[in-house]
Ligand binder design. Structure first.
Ligand SMILES: Cc1cc2nc3c(=O)[nH]c(=O)nc-3n(C[C@H](O)[C@H](O)[C@H](O)COP(=O)(O)OP(=O)(O)OC[C@H]3O[C@@H](n4cnc5c(N)ncnc54)[C@H](O)[C@@H]3O)c2cc1C
Length: 396
């Protein structure tokens, strides 16, 4: 079997490797950029989530737990940096205790190991410069080098006889009686099956396949500051707020990265282009399509207060400082420096709801990964197994 994969992010590459490894298929990965992991895979917090937050029984809950085990082993086998620095979810007021309790219950229901509920003193034994009234500790939450994982997966694809064709944007698709014809860059390629893991480009490729579907990608930029110099020593691991259950985003947190940086962020502002990495990145075509989607308008009507607050706080150092000082009060404005952010591909349904779970659609010979937000980097190897295991995906 000859299988094409659109997207050389961590998920597309993991899927390609899995197809080659388990089905002996010849795989070709196509990406429009000149390097692997150029979008979400290379612009995230770098956290290997332990599975704390997700609805028990959901794909996210299951594939996150499976994904952690597979990723830990993969990183060990290939000497890719992976470190269990541990995570605290911190309640800073008594009003947040109930939310924290729910987090602990969910984490246990999802089988997250080592979960402990801590009081104000015990949390300081783990993070001496952090304050709060209570916390949930997840000692096995880790950090990893996701771009290095993606590069290694690309090597695996190549050594299985497959290829990763960079600078090959998919421009057109046509399903035939026996397969899928693809125009990528200037090349015409034919596949028996095509698996689309195109992140922010999902809708564009879905339209080419005649499968616009009933959800659309809305880009949410996540902006970050980094801690400068000695301020990094104020954070040992990962410090998160109690999340607002109305949103899939986790709230501004402090994250130690595998390269020693400590990030403050990300916030969540709707971007003005699918690849809208800054306010200056505006694509009128993208914007027209995003705003024409009923789901976007309903989402905006429902959450406009939060949206306005996030836009006003966007890039404003004081709003990031305020969020960080809630947990680490010793931080000052001089400790925060701007750093690069990322854009999340978040699927939004027609009714304005943000899809919470991973979503996969099979449309004839084309498989579309419609929603793969966080923790999809963590879960990538398990998502790959899941997709390849779906009988409808690779049935001849
Ligand atoms: C700010 C932020 C923080 C995050 N933090 C975490 C975290 O800590 N832990 C975690 O597990 N997850 C996190 N995530 C989520 C995680 O990064 C993504 O879920 C994951 O990277 C998705 O991988 P992907 O391969 O599906 O997408 P991507 O990495 O975006 O790859 C999609 C690829 O498709 C290509 N493509 C698109 N259109 C076309 C086309 N027409 N032709 C050819 N190629 C095309 C793109 O160039 C791109 O390389 C975060 C995401 C963001 C944005």
């Amino acid at each position: 079997m000859n299988v094409g994969v659109v997207g050389a992010g961590i998920v597309g590459l993991a899927v390609a490797r899995e197809v080659a490894r388990t089905r002996g298929a010849r795989v070709t990965v196509l990406d429009k950029e000149d390097r692997v992991g150029a979008h979400q895979t290379g612009h995230n917090s770098g956290v290997v989530h332990a599975g704390i937050y997700y609805q028990p029984g959901s794909l996210k809950a299951r594939l996150c737990r499976e994904g952690v085990a597979l990723l830990r082993q993969y990183c060990a086998e290939h000497r890719i940096p992976y470190e269990e620095v541990g995570k605290l979810v911190v309640a800073s007021t008594s009003a947040e205790r109930a939310g924290l309790r729910r987090i602990a219950e969910r984490a246990r229901a999802n089988g997250v190991p080592g979960i402990a509920e801590l009081d104000a003193l015990a949390l300081r034994e783990i993070e001496p410069d952090t304050v709060g009234v209570a916390a949930v500790h997840s000692p096995h939450t880790a950090i990893a080098d996701f771009p290095a994982v993606a590069r290694r997966l690309a090597e695996d694809v190549a050594s299985s006889g497959g290829s990763v064709l960079l600078s090959h944007p998919v421009r057109a698709l046509r399903e035939t009686a026996s397969g899928v014809d693809v125009l990528a860059g200037r090349r015409k390629l034919g596949f028996d099956r095509l698996i689309v893991c195109a992140g922010l480009g999902t809708d564009t490729v879905a339209r080419m396949a005649g499968a616009a579907g009933d959800v659309r990608i809305v880009p949410f930029r996540g902006e970050y500051y980094a801690l400068a110099g000695a301020a990094r020593d104020l954070v040992r691991g990962l410090i998160y707020p109690v999340p607002d259950p109305r949103y899939p985003f986790l709230g501004v947190h402090l994250t130690r990265r595998i390269d020693g940086e400590v990030l403050v962020g990300p916030n969540a502002v709707m971007a003005l282009a699918l690849e809208g990495y800054s306010w200056g990145d505006v694509d009128l075509g993208d914007l027209r399509r995003i705003l024409a989607w009923e789901g976007t308008r309903r989402l905006a009507a429902r959450h406009w207060r939060t949206g306005v607050r996030e836009v006003l706080g966007s890039l404003a150092k004081r709003s990031f400082l305020k969020a960080a000082r809630r947990y680490v009060p010793a931080l000052t404005g001089a400790d925060l420096v701007r750093t690069a952010g990322g854009v999340r591909a978040q699927a939004v349904a027609r009714d304005g709801g943000m899809l919470d779970d991973f979503a996969i659609d099979v449309h004839g010979r084309v498989v579309l990964l419609r929603n793969a937000p966080s923790p999809a980097a963590t879960s990538s190897l398990a998502i790959a197994r899941h997709i390849v295991g779906l009988t409808s995906v690779l049935a001849s």
